[in-house]
Design a protein around this ligand. Structure first.
Ligand code: HEC
Ligand code: HEC
Length: 257
């Protein structure tokens, strides 16, 4: 239910995991005698073509019918997979060429005879979704366009569906950075609310307090900044550099009083 709702809210981001099971019953005849291959070898075996198409679905997170022009209830024998009518199929073909070019360029870098270059794949950028955006791009533009409440809702839903898949970075550190950047761009109120979301989701992570403290400091809320910096240090000793910064803030506080 949650996943369906998400699909409706964010039509541009579909759920890669769903595509896999739906394709399991596609008959092998579909992949025999392809008529319109421009990048893949025209004599590719049906098994290989099938594997390539399944893997597109998983790597880019879209169903066959997003690239190929048929309705989900069209019988297999009547589906015109050769047609280039759909834009996403044409984009995918250009993408295949880009990936080929990238791999030749990567393997042309001379790193000695023993070096085995990593192969660029669709998933290298796409990570299971059709629009390979970073979480901060999604959330920051959502705050600007739809407001904070809906951006926070979107973050929660994406996190629920994609947590642990590697598709988006849901770390406390990244969310704290998003909060700071919204704050620094002048929407201080929204920035503080994203810090609050980070605290709710990742309360045991020192970076939550570190990032919020920096925003407090910019607001001149020095006491709050000190409390948060101290908490960050308490939770995570990689914030050792704060041992110099905290006393300076305390001095500043003393001068003000
Ligand atoms: C991301 C877009 C995309 C998705 C998803 C996708 N395809 Fe394709 N498909 C293509 C492209 C592009 C080609 C043509 C490749 C070329 O020109 O070498 C192609 C070619 C084919 C062909 C050969 C058609 C012909 O006669 O030339 C078949 C069959 C096919 N796909 C089936 C499928 C099936 C079944 C699925 C779902 C499991 C699927 N595809 C998913 C983009 C996609
Ligand atoms: C180097 C990174 C990169 C790689 C690798 C890559 N893509 Fe893309 N892809 C992008 C970007 C960036 C966009 C968004 C383009 C735009 O905004 O017009 C995109 C968009 C797309 C879209 C359109 C999605 C939409 O909803 O508009 C499809 C389909 C697609 N890629 C398929 C593929 C396939 C299939 C592969 C592997 C053969 C692939 N891509 C490899 C970066 C990449």
């Amino acid at each position: 239910m949650r996943k369906k709702k998400l699909l409706m809210c964010i039509p541009s981001i579909s759920i890669g995991i769903l595509t896999v099971t739906a394709h399991a019953q596609i008959p092998m005849e579909v992949f025999q005698n392809p008529k319109n291959l421009k990048v893949l070898a025209p004599d590719i075996s049906p098994e290989e073509l099938r594997a390539r198409m399944f893997s597109f679905g998983q790597q880019v997170g879209i169903r066959c019918s997003k690239c190929h022009d048929f309705k989900p209830d069209t019988p297999f024998a009547e589906r015109d997979y050769a047609s280039d009518k759909k834009e996403l199929k044409r984009v995918a073909r250009e993408m295949m060429l880009i990936v080929q070019d990238m791999n030749s360029a990567v393997s042309a870098i001379d790193r000695g005879p023993d070096h085995k270059a990593i192969t660029v794949q669709c998933v290298t950028c796409h990570r299971g979704v059709n629009q390979p955006r970073q979480i901060e791009e999604i959330i920051e533009s959502s705050v600007r366009e739809d407001g904070l409440t809906s951006a926070i809702e979107q973050y929660r839903e994406l996190r629920e569906v994609w947590y642990g898949t590697g598709t988006y970075n849901f770390s406390a550190w990244r969310l704290g950075g998003i909060a700071q950047s919204i704050f620094d761009n002048g929407d201080t109120e929204s920035g503080m609310q994203v810090h609050a979301l980070n605290l709710e989701l990742n309360g045991n992570d020192g970076s939550v307090y570190f990032h919020r403290a920096e925003s407090y400091e910019k607001q001149g809320r020095i006491e709050d900044a000190i409390t948060d910096f101290e908490r960050a240090l308490e939770l995570d000793d990689s914030f050792g550099f704060l041992k110099g910064r905290i006393p300076r803030l305390k001095e500043q506080l003393g001068e003000k009083k």
